[in-house]
Design a protein around this ligand. Sequence first.
Ligand code: NAP
Length: 277
Amino acid sequence: MKYAVLNRGDDISVSLTETFHRLANGQGLICDDEEPEIVLSIGGDGTMLQAFHRYVGQLDRIAFVGIHTGHLGFYADWKPNEIELLVQLMAENRSKDQIYPRIVKYPLIELQLDGEDTGKRTYIALNEFTLKGVENTLVAQIDINDELFEMFRGDGICVSTPSGSTAYNKSLGGAMVHPSIPSIQLAEIASINNRVFRTLGSSLILPKHHHFDIHPRKKQKLLLTVDHVNIPIDHFRSIRCRVADQTVTFIRYRPFPFWNRVREAFLGYDEHGHYNV
Ligand code: NAP
């Protein structure tokens, strides 16, 4: 089994990475940063975003797993003190009850930016992308399935995946979507509503066979952010987005139910009703 590790860079994550390499070496696992089969992220959900973008060109042959060195993450369920068990399960490639490992696939967003200077560029997001005005508000027409839907004016828009629905999207009042539902969610960031610009006001969830386009209504400096990556853009004709054909794969050696993570992360108690905060 070939693996790679990415860590957050803090002392705990760096030291855990060294421990992981030592244990993995002892179990016959091979470190290969170029062609890994499993990528381990050590840190937080932000670290998993970095690992994802480092290997975004190899998603069809990589499975991700995460150790959290802070609070329980949405992408990282292993605790630092479970590192030996994780290495052992990776080496054996099975759990005691032989039900695991399981391969879990989550939907992603594909966005195609049609820039006046740059031509067409495609990006893949694990959490979301946002489009915001830099100097002024974003002014754009939004079409769904090639038909005019609304004229948007406001700070920006946020388009999230189901697994990203617990991140920026949640702060915008968007719904949390189970990652087994291939969909994208469009949430508004401080929209202005008047007689000219009128938006729905609530977030929209589009299924896999739908797409939508964002057409700027004036020349404007904008900031496109794909997960944690900022891409300043000057002039573009459109951004088309839809559920990507690719998915991201996570390897599970034990259950990691999405709603349990939501409860523990946002409500602060476990399945017995005990507060963890
Ligand atoms: P950051 O500003 O350092 O961290 C943002 C926070 O979002 C961290 O606490 C991170 O968890 C958490 N997070 C990331 N993915 C998540 C997910 N799928 N569900 C729940 N929480 C999640 O930025 P970063 O580490 O580079 O991460 C970029 C992400 O920040 C973006 O994808 C966006 O979702 C989020 N963000 C949120 C807001 C907002 O809520 N107003 C604004 C900007 C960006 P960890 O601590 O475990 O890493």
